[in-house]
Design a protein around this ligand. Sequence first.
Ligand code: KG4
Ligand code: ZN
Length: 348
Amino acid sequence: MRVLGIETSCDETSASVVEGSGETTALRSLVILSQDVHTIFGGVVPEIASRAHLTAIVPVTERALRDAGLALAEIDAIAVTNAPGLVGALLVGVSFAKSLAYSAGKPLIGVHHMEGHLFATALEQEDAVPPYVALLVSGGHTLLLDVEAWGRYRLLGSTRDDAAGEAFDKSAKLLGLPYPGGPHLEQLAATGDPKRFRFTRPMLRRDQQPGDADYYDLSFSGLKTAVLNAVRATGDALDDEARAAIARGFQDSLIETLVEKTARAVRARGRTRVVLGGGVSGNRTLVDAMRTRMAALGATVHAPSSRLATDNAAMIARAGLFRLERGERSTAGLNAFATQPIPGLVAE
Ligand code: KG4
Ligand code: ZN
């Protein structure tokens, strides 16, 4: 089966063709157009994002088909992100995918963006398949899941306030770094003194027990406030060395929390694989720390390449392919939603 994927949930206009069946799939093409305009505003401006998707969606899709060497008639189905995300942005992709499916007489499937992230790494690494513990860390979401099988997800924990990427971006802004700040902060932290600022590990205490509400949950807004306080307390002495040390303190704290909560999930669920996803999984320091900790637990870590860590339509096509193979189809009434639980959640 050949699936054309469309992704417009935030600030990337993306189209991709994925071909295959079951676990054997191949990426035929992937086009990602990132909307750099938002850097001027220091964050994504929803209406500008929608309009930019509107301008880009046709050429991006044409390019994905051309790169795959396929005509629309040779595509078997269309998959599109319909939740969660910026509604105006999602509506562009959904309306476009719906029209395309209708005019070409192809089946349509709406895909949950976070389920897409679960499939991203499997496109490049054949071992990144269930059962595994997933840590999805992006600008909008932070989810710790046990993936028992494709389509069977146990939500273990999530952030109670800021997402991991959001915490990176806000802290980076406080340190005077450009948006999106995550990669800049990682670079700055690499040169920072790890001992100068030691911030509390959020929601991480040794005496937490499985079953405690905060055993797996995460929280990053307090850490961002700690960065703000450190910046203020340093005052006029906020030179490059101090900024690097604060960045280091922030990143060490955030990473230790993510790694420990993931370790708890691996132990409790008896998993031997951890799959990372979302933009923050492009952070090498996080991936390395995760690898070291998981090796001690006998688990391997699968991180996507930076192209598939960030928002892209290949993961949407891949997740769509899974749902289509199960016989699922969306109706012509498919709509877009800002929030929606990931499908296939199983209760404790
Ligand atoms: O998944 P993504 O591309 O878009 C969302 O769905 O949000 O994630 C973007 C987020 C941004 O917050 C960005 O700063 C962060 O991922 N990010 C990083 C790194 N690369 C991207 N954060 C920390 N370290 C990085 N190397
Ligand atoms: Zn995402």
